[in-house]
Ligand binder design. Structure first.
Ligand code: SAH
Length: 365
């Protein structure tokens, strides 16, 4: 065991010994974001040698199309100048770099943009600084710090990293799932009494697990509030489902392999599937309109990924051609990221659907 994992295990074990079992959200928040030993604080988890590969790391086409979506949305918003382009959880900065390149196709938009990054990891902030060395950047710890002017938000694989709470069905109701620590290490347990006033389904089989992400809902609500008061839009891309649904989606990934969730916190990526209906409902309650969620495959196809791939292939070597084709399939294939990954747009009520969304506003009231 390395000293870091020992340290976070010790810190959490001491806390549990002093004040009792902690909630799943508390465990997840520290496993990922503990200021010294959290997974995102320690090292660069991205890329081929890291624990997972995200869409912008698969192909430049992803970030370019997101950039075109932003330019199109900016035009639809009436060309606010200046405006904030805010990325939540920018990772290595690849998506933003590709998006800004695509924004150059609309020079007035490129000239009006102020780039803001919401990122808690100092290590990843440094990666972002390097990837975007030509750009004026401002970092924030949370959405709350962003300037109050028109803003376009993008969030790819951000919400899946935010802490979730889990509830387990017992005969007498739902009990909060908690994490305890004993001789065999961390183990799940549950609250001694059921949740009194929790808005969860009243029927489910004993042992069923249901998830909520209060942190995600708060951020979706805050984005909606900003869109309503200062105009703007948001694009949320992640893997997830349209809830409510029963199921335990908390998973740990280390070196491309799934790992036990409670083993060596801080050394594996922990994620949970995003409930897109819950996010949309929170945004709607905050006064915004929502479109989707739709599959990532449909979204990228409607934005023209096939013709972008054809353009790149036209000047590619044989090797590059096959890489582009593989990347395209990974991004949009139904058995790959095309369906499990979903896209939700948030905007002002009463406006046209943003690019890629052919549906009317979701009516969630
Ligand atoms: N969007 C990137 C990276 C996704 S990983 C990509 O697609 O490649 C999740 C990102 O969110 C990381 O940059 C991580 O440091 C950041 N992050 C996680 N929790 C966060 C929080 N609570 N606030 C701000 N950033 C957070």
């Amino acid at each position: 065991m390395s000293s870091t994992q020992t340290d976070l295990t010790r810190i959490l074990a001491q806390r549990i010994a002093a004040s009792g079992p902690i909630s799943v959200a508390e465990y997840m928040a520290d496993a990922l974001g503990h200021p010294e030993y959290g997974y995102y604080m320690a090292d660069d988890p991205f890329g081929v040698s890291g624990d997972f590969i995200t869409a912008p790391e698969i192909s430049q086409m992803f970030g370019e199309l997101v950039g075109l979506w932003c330019a199109n949305t900016w035009l639809a918003l009436g060309k606010p100048t200046p405006f904030v382009l805010a990325e939540l959880g920018p990772g290595r900065g690849t998506l933003m770099a590709d998006a800004l390149r695509a924004l150059e196709t609309v020079p007035a938009c490129r000239a009006a943009v102020q780039v803001h990054l919401v990122e808690t990891s100092p290590h990843l902030r440094e990666r972002q600084r390097q990837a975007l060395s030509e750009i004026d950047l401002t970092w924030h710890d949370s959405v709350g710090g962003l300037p109050m002017i028109p803003a376009i938000f993008i969030a790819n694989e951000f919400f899946d990293a935010l802490p979730i709470e889990q509830y387990v069905r017992h005969d007498e109701g739902w009990r909060q799932r908690r994490v305890t620590y004993g001789e065999d290490g961390f183990a799940f347990t549950h609250a001694p009494t059921p949740e009194p006033e929790i808005n969860l389904p009243t029927t489910a089989e004993a042992g069923a697990v249901i998830e909520t992400s209060p942190a995600s809902l708060e951020i979706a609500g805050e984005i909606a509030h900003r869109v309503r008061s200062h105009s703007g839009a948001a694009l949320v891309i992640d893997y997830g489902y349209t809830g409510p649904a029963v199921g335990d989606t908390l998973q740990a990934v280390r070196n491309h392999d799934t790992a036990p969730v409670l083993e060596q916190p801080g050394t594996a990526d922990l994620t949970a599937h995003v409930d897109f209906n819950a996010l949309a409902a929170a945004a709607h309650a905050g006064g915004a309109a929502c479109w989707g969620s739709i599959g990532q495959g449909d979204f990228l196809r409607r934005l023209g990924i096939d013709s972008r791939a054809a353009t790149l292939i036209a000047t590619a070597t044989t090797d590059q051609k096959s890489n582009i084709e593989t990347a395209l399939e990974r991004l949009i294939g139904d058995d790959q990221m095309g369906t499990l990954f979903k896209v939700l747009a948030i905007g002002s009520r009463g406006t046209e659907p943003p690019a890629g969304f052919v549906f009317k506003e979701a009516n969630l009231s």
